[in-house]
Design a protein around this ligand. Sequence first.
Ligand SMILES: Cc1cc2nc3c(=O)[nH]c(=O)nc-3n(C[C@H](O)[C@H](O)[C@H](O)COP(=O)(O)O)c2cc1C
Length: 189
Amino acid sequence: MEVYEAIKKRRTIRRFEQTPVPANALETLVDSARLAPFGANLQPLKYGIVTDEDKRKLLFPHIKYAGYLPDWDPSFEECPTAFIVIMNDTSIKPTDKTECDSGAAVMSMCLAAEDLGLGTCWLGAIDRAEIKKALNIDDKYDITYLLGVGYPAQTGKVYDMTDSVKYDFDENGNVRVPKRPMSEVLIKL
Ligand SMILES: Cc1cc2nc3c(=O)[nH]c(=O)nc-3n(C[C@H](O)[C@H](O)[C@H](O)COP(=O)(O)O)c2cc1C
């Protein structure tokens, strides 16, 4: 798939089929993160793959999906069948300033996933302390984000935003995402 096509096609997916994602596809995503750009090329991030159902059940209460849809929460059976836990290795970068590094890594994974026919949900509304405990993660790793991965059970489309940034689901349960139009974001310098 052309990169620009993947960029246009990618949407945050929050309802997933329960078909497992092959291990080699998940490793391809981690490899895509590994090859991302990093400030000073420190490459401070580490990645954990969670597919085990018992572990996913432990994560379930510590993840908030779709903050703009307060009346909707996915059931466990709609959730991603895999999670990639993105962690800052504080022995490499002993600060919490890994937002940009994490962003580059996560976006690389989202686009690689698109190419593999997988859907992703970038997750920041998570209880990092509880997830760290649940997965028995070493103290030197700070969780930055989770990436939910799986085969999509919904589609997504964008439209030109008028007055609200809030995404919603249409009558078929597919996501509609307002994006600020080019005329608003492209500034003449
Ligand atoms: C840093 C960051 C954190 C996010 N955290 C969550 C989250 O906790 N739960 C969720 O459902 N979506 C989360 N998202 C997804 C955004 O809601 C989504 O990217 C946005 O609505 C635009 O939709 P799009 O990704 O389809 O373009 C997050 C995205 C980013 C970049």
